[in-house]
Design a protein. Structure first.
Length: 600
């Protein structure tokens, strides 16, 4: 059994000895101040933690409760002990009573001082906690809480956490299995599941590829065009980059080699004569080419008067009145000769057609037949320019010429043609966009690549017309990360709506004038775009939004890795211009090399 009086006596004598030490007053004051301080802070924290359900809060609550209990126990113990001694002292002999009273007097001063100091420090700490620490901690708790749904309204600051990481793979691994199932492989989902479109759907629709430079339009082209080659289609690529894209020609060349189909390369920027734009063209086709390429149509301005005269003259030339127009240089020479005294009036037309005729790539009446690819399949790759004025004039004419050749075909006959038009703003013209529906019927599907909606223009029509035609005729779209606000909004609108949880919380103002969110969150369902503007702006590399094949989804495209090759077009026989200046220009070393197709 514990001898309680003896224990108390021993404790008292220890205390007695201690209390007579010189530093006892200060220590006592500090102990009392500390206890009061801790008591206040603990009570404040406990009060806040009352409604909090998080485990961290529960832990703190438990520690706080323990602390309060400890302080309370020691406080009660001290009080009981003090009362016992005080009452006991009254029964003691007088000299003891005086000593005990003296002791109380010497204790009371440091105890009161300590209590006041602890109270002040505690109140300051409670104010600081209430104004800064608790609101901060409450926000952290709210952020760290795992929500019951991951579909929620997005926040531009945190949306990247919701988006998947880039996926790298070799697309060729998926081509054969997809082809066997009658599907076209587009890319992989976040879960590595392949995303496909049925071949029938792909052939029935034009596809729009939208994304800024370097976003992956060329990579998507590699995947889609490689599969077209494997299906035995005719693939035509227009690439207005000088000398062609860095990778696409190499990828398509290696696919052609594997499939045993021809790969034809035309470079509009070299000095080599390579093809004849007017080969087998009828008078009507030539006049359409000239009207579009040289902008001879009506535009509702004063210049129409001259333009119409020029068009009438060009028409006569196209119909063979001044000699058979076998090629652009031949037509240019014939027109200039026939103009005679009217040359000054027709100067606009003659100069423009001269500029065209001076492009070395078309100074031949043989070379690569634009129609050959339609018959034999394989690839026709045309590298152009996004800067050279003459080439900019020629490029839309080549596209139009190919469309004319496709329009000639009977419905449902001939090989399917997949035509990839990179940077459409340099390539489209009104007759081409007007033919979008018809050529689909004639077995041609286009892949139209451009950077943003602003680039959706024709050389001879306003943006609204072009955008409308493309919008209606392209029912499949693959859109990469985008920053242009109008384009972002346009993509967002097409991804469809989903219901998500929108959170609402009550916020109250605490006594220290800080706002603290309540623990309870209310959730209500609201509509959000399936892939919204925040996501579109922060899509990871190689990730696009596929629209038009079921519900819109995120798709990862990955490049087809091949050895990079440099391509030189085969040269055809050069035809000489009859004009004096051009004859002089011709002398500077133009070679006549037999057409050998390709030399990588
Ligand atoms: N076959 C390949 N092998 C390795 N890297 C590739 C291959 N094809 C593309 N890339 C890389 O992938 C990235 C995207 O290129 P891509 O050609 O698709 O861009 P883009 O959207 O077509 O832009 P641009 O307007 O410049 O043509 C680039 O960094 C490019 O170097
Ligand atoms: Mg590209």
């Amino acid at each position: 059994m514990i001898n309680l009086p003896l224990v108390c006596w021993k404790a008292f004598t220890l205390f007695w000895v201690y209390i007579h030490k010189p530093e006892a007053d200060v220590n006592l004051a500090l102990i009392v101040a500390g206890l009061v301080f801790l008591l206040l802070v603990s009570l404040r924290l406990l009060h806040w933690m009352e409604q909090t359900g998080a485990w961290l809060a529960a832990l703190i609550r438990m520690l706080g409760a323990l602390l309060v209990a400890a302080i309370a126990v020691s406080g009660v113990f001290t009080l009981v002990f003090g009362i016992a001694v005080w009452f006991g002292g009254r029964e003691a002999p007088p000299e003891y009573a005086e000593v005990i009273q003296a002791l109380y007097k010497s204790l009371i001063h440091p105890a009161v001082t300590g209590a006041i100091a602890g109270l002040i420090a505690g109140m300051v700490a409670v104010f600081y906690l209430t104004r800064y620490t608790i609101p901060h901690f409450a926000t952290m708790l709210a952020r760290g809480t795992r929500k019951s749904h991951d579909e929620e309204l997005t926040d531009a600051r945190t949306v990247s956490d919701l988006l998947p990481e880039s996926v790298h793979y070799d697309p060729r691994r998926y081509f054969d299995s997809c082809q066997r199932r009658g599907e076209v492989f587009v890319g992989l989902e976040r879960s590595k599941k392949s995303v496909t479109v049925s071949v029938q759907r792909a052939l029935q629709s034009h596809l729009q590829l939208v994304g800024p430079t370097g976003s992956g339009k060329g990579v998507a082209g590699q995947t889609l065009l490689s599969q077209a080659i494997r299906r035995g289609e005719a693939v035509i690529v227009f690439d207005p980059k000088v000398d062609g894209d860095k990778w696409l020609p190499s990828v398509l060349y290696s696919e052609c080699k594997a499939a045993g189909t021809p790969f034809r390369f035309i470079n509009l920027c070299t000095e080599l004569p390579q093809f004849n734009l007017l080969k087998d063209a009828t008078g009507r086709e030539i006049i359409q080419l000239l009207t579009t390429g040289l902008r001879l149509g009506r535009r509702g301005s004063e210049a129409d008067f001259y333009r119409l005269a020029e068009r009438a003259f060009a028409k006569r030339g196209a119909q063979g009145e001044f000699g058979i127009p076998t090629s652009i240089p031949a037509l240019a020479d014939a027109l200039r000769e026939a103009a005679g005294d009217d040359a000054e009036k027709l100067r606009g037309l003659l100069d423009q057609i001269d500029e065209l005729a001076d492009i070395p790539a078309i100074q031949t009446d043989e070379g690569v037949g634009l129609d050959a690819v339609l018959e034999q399949g394989g690839v026709l790759y045309i590298a152009g320019s996004d800067a050279d004025e003459d080439i900019l004039l020629l490029q839309p004419m080549i596209v139009l010429r190919l469309i004319q050749l496709i329009r000639r075909r009977e419905r449902d006959t001939g090989r399917h043609v997949t035509m990839f038009l990179d940077e459409v703003k340099y390539l489209l013209s009104v007759p081409v966009i007007n033919s979008l529906g018809l050529i689909r019927d004639r077995g041609c599907s286009l892949i139209l690549a451009h950077q943003a909606l602003e680039d959706l223009v024709c050389i001879d029509a306003d943006r609204a017309t072009t955008e409308g035609a493309v919008r209606i005729n392209c029912t499949l779209r693959l859109c990469y990360r985008q920053t242009d606000p109008r384009t972002v909004q346009w993509i967002e609108e097409q991804t469809g709506k989903i219901l998500v949880n929108a959170e609402s919380r009550e916020i109250s103002r605490n006594p220290a004038l800080s706002e603290v969110p309540h623990e309870v969150r209310r959730v209500q369902q609201v509509q959000r775009a399936k892939i919204d503007a925040n996501m579109i702006q922060q899509l990871p590399d190689g990730c696009g939004v596929l629209i038009g094949a079921g519900a819109s989804k995120l798709v990862f495209t990955s490049p087809i890795r091949v050895e990079r090759l440099k391509f030189t077009p085969g040269a055809a026989n050069k035809i000489s211009r009859r004009g004096v200046e051009t004859l002089l220009r011709e002398d500077d070393g133009s070679k006549t090399v037999g057409l050998d197709g390709l030399s990588p």
